[in-house]
Unconditional design. Structure first.
Length: 199
């Protein structure tokens, strides 16, 4: 079902191979690239840049959204990402978040009770989807360490074993907001296991 959507947004350069594609699909129109990923996984793009650019192949000609203006220390790595994409002639299309949009969005949700932590990339992209799409379906939004129905342990991201940054973002509060939007019919939140070809 994910690949049948008119617009597919993915957060933080997720893996679309290694067998995950049967559950999460491969279509990508917009993908975000958190600067922390480039800093930790690719050495800030200070040395070999080809592995970073090669990792973008699965996203094809999609738009890659970067946030170089959130913190001064992230600006150089975001610019190096753009230069790497250009230098290696990747078809992906880099673009930057407008910092005024981040600030306006944070103020909007703070005025509605979401007061703790920075807004997650996921919530920012949900807002962008709500601004541009008539129907929004969310997959992979679950901020807790146990499965919603089976109660077994689940990972923060399907493609790695890294722990969530609970001190930076207020994931449970954001999830509560998403549940409210789901119950109001604003969006459709899909929970549970992904079934190949059905979710």
């Amino acid at each position: 079902m994910i690949d049948s959507a008119q617009l597919v947004i993915r957060c933080n350069l997720p893996s679309l191979g290694k067998g995950y594609e049967k559950h999460v699909g491969t279509k990508t129109d917009i993908v975000t690239a958190n600067p922390s990923i480039m800093l930790k996984e690719y050495g800030g793009l200070m040395g070999h840049r080809r592995p970073f650019v090669e990792s973008l192949h699965s996203y094809g000609k999609s738009m890659m959204v970067l946030s170089p203006f959130s913190y001064a220390h992230t600006t150089p790595v975001c610019l190096r990402a753009v230069y790497s994409i250009r230098d290696f002639e990747s078809p992906i299309q880099p673009m930057f978040f407008n910092p005024d949009y981040f600030q306006s969005l944070a103020l909007f949700w703070r005025s509605r009770g979401l007061r703790r932590g920075l807004l997650s990339t996921g919530l920012v992209m949900v807002n962008i989807a709500l601004e541009h799409c008539a129907n929004v379906h969310l997959y992979g939004f679950w901020p807790f360490s146990n499965h919603p129905f089976e109660l077994n342990a689940v990972k923060n991201h399907y493609y790695d074993d890294k722990k969530g940054k609970w001190g930076v973002h207020s994931m449970p509060a954001e999830f509560d907001l998403l549940l409210r939007l789901h119950s109001q019919g604003v969006l459709k939140l899909h929970l549970g296991n992904c079934r190949p070809g059905r979710n």
